[in-house]
Design a protein around this ligand. Structure first.
Ligand code: FES
Length: 517
């Protein structure tokens, strides 16, 4: 089962790049952020190229719960204390403007995407006072918010903050509408992977064309401005984003025959408590093929920290407790970039990056509103040289503020030195069919996935990004990097950046009984 937004047939298809080209601005990444940025820049008259390595909307944007809200968890009380009221208000305004901008575009283009206004709630099962303080903080910033203990949820809450007049929608229908209305001066290329970038030139590998053509053709795309909307910026030499963010995964079930909710809900975990899945839940209803569907999310963890698995099973057991008649019709997981101060990085790629490089990343768990905020900021920076919301400035951290750098560097490991391994039968028999495990043999560590009784896939568990050791994720059947969240399927194929290549799979394993080894 996959994401209910995974309806590729809804979207126009675009050819891969087949020539060397030039434009005023190149946007790398065809998720919500890249598409909106290209759209706004195109509307302003810019010549834009949008490069997507796979298909438009095939990455993290398609794994959203599609809430469009300025309520990004329990953040405003902390923002006021940590950043001051002016910056906290700027953050709130940017996101409220983003919700309104979606409404404006949808009305203007008449996009039918199940867009509806609703209220957004955060709630706590334990901390009434914290919710009261958050509500006061929101009101002090001019937000239309209030404290309440009344919700539509099938259990009592200690307290909640209601933020009025937010929104939700069907993101695939929305993207489809934007692509249909994309200005002619925006050229989109799918299956066109930006592999290296130098100054204003991007080297692109095109893996496929809708009109045929050679696989893996290489071309260049040049521009004055290059915008990286790639979820995690993959150029390591500038910006040090690998030291300023980590990744988190979370999981979603789509349920039919569960009670329809008018509004959207997110539970806030207590700051001092270990993660209990009940403290991470998220709820919102949508419609799919005329049927009401409830999206039940939760189970967040840092990428690479899910050795025991079982998150989908826990969510399913909560679903059957809360909604006894419900049926699971979709399940998927998402991966988010978490910044040091919970605020996205949007603007210049970095102070020492080439002039004209920009990026948008670190959207926390709020990709829909943050994508629109980013599109507005990048449009303002490129067209007017003006920062619309400077609270998102990418240069707000110096190297001294980056506490994770050393810690993550320590986790780097050596890759394997040889390619042939003899694995004892009793070792592989510990791996359940359909699961993977890291196996250490004479000091060398390989990842083994057992497809069937006697068929295995072996991979090098050294991450090709910066060398951390990959960990097996039993829920998603993937090798995940705890440092910066690169992911690979069990055959070693790259699923998520910042790594740019697959992992080493030229490993031959021979399974032998103990007597033969
Ligand atoms: Fe950076 Fe693996 S070392 S993602």
């Amino acid at each position: 089962m996959e994401s209910i937004w995974n309806r590729e047939e809804k979207l126009k298809k675009f050819d891969a790049l087949k020539e060397n080209i030039y434009a005023d601005t190149i946007v790398v990444g065809g998720g919500m952020c890249g598409v909106l940025t290209a759209y706004l820049l195109g509307k302003s008259g810019r010549e834009v190229i949008l490069l997507e390595k796979d298909r438009i909307f095939s990455g993290q944007s398609g794994r959203t719960t599609a809430k469009i809200t300025a309520q990004h968890g329990c953040v405003y009380y902390d923002f006021i204390n940590d950043l001051g009221k002016e910056k906290a208000a700027q953050y709130a305004k940017a996101n409220i403007d983003a919700v309104n901008k979606y409404s404006e575009i949808i009305n203007e283009l008449k996009i039918e995407c199940d867009f509806r206004r609703c209220d957004s709630y955060i709630y706590s099962l334990h901390e009434k006072e914290r919710m009261e303080k958050e509500a006061e903080a929101c009101v002090s910033l001019g937000m239309d918010a209030e404290f309440t203990q009344q919700t539509e949820l099938p259990f009592d809450v200690a307290g909640a903050v209601k933020l009025k007049n937010q929104a939700c929608f069907d993101p695939i229908e929305f993207i489809s509408g934007i692509l249909e209305n994309m200005p002619e001066n925006v050229k989109i290329y799918e299956k066109s992977n930006a592999v290296t970038v130098e100054e204003g030139i991007i080297h692109v590998v095109s893996s496929e064309s809708t009109e045929g053509g050679n696989e893996n053709d290489k071309f260049t795309a040049s521009a004055d401005n290059i915008i990286f909307c790639t979820n995690f910026p993959f150029i390591n030499s500038h910006g040090m984003y690998f030291a300023r963010m980590h990744r988190e995964r979370s999981y979603v079930l789509a349920l039919k025959k569960a009670k329809k909710l008018d509004d959207m809900y997110l539970c806030i975990s207590p700051k001092e408590k270990d993660n209990d899945i009940h403290d991470t839940l998220s709820f919102r209803s949508c419609e799919l093929n005329g049927e009401d569907i409830l999206l039940l999310g939760g189970g967040k963890h840092r990428t690479g920290y899910n050795k025991n698995g079982g998150v989908y099973d826990s969510l399913k057991s909560i679903a059957s407790e809360l909604y006894a008649d419900s049926e699971v019709v979709g399940e998927w997981s998402a991966q988010d970039c978490i910044t040091l101060d919970s605020i996205p990085y949007i603007g210049r790629y970095s102070q020492n990056a080439p002039e004209g490089w920009y990026c948008a990343t670190g959207f926390m768990k709020w990709g829909m509103s943050s994508s629109m905020v980013a599109a507005e900021i990048l449009n303002g920076l490129i067209n007017d040289k003006k920062y619309v919301y400077p609270v998102f400035d990418t240069s707000r951290f110096s190297m001294q503020d980056i506490p994770t750098l050393l810690k993550e560097g320590k986790e780097a490991v050596k890759g394997i030195a040889k390619e042939n391994f003899t694995v004892p039968q009793e070792t592989v028999e510990k791996i359940p069919v359909g699961q993977g495990m890291t196996v250490t043999l004479n000091g060398e560590s390989i990842g083994l996935y057992r497809e069937s009784g006697d068929k295995y896939y072996a991979v090098d568990t050294k991450c090709p990004h910066l060398g951390c050791r990959l960990e097996w994720n039993p829920d998603d059947l993937s090798w995940d990097c705890p440092c910066h969240g690169s992911r690979f399927d069990y055959t070693g194929r790259l699923l998520d950046n910042p790594a740019q290549t697959d992992i080493g799979t030229k490993i031959r394993v021979e399974i032998k009984s103990k007597a033969e080894v």
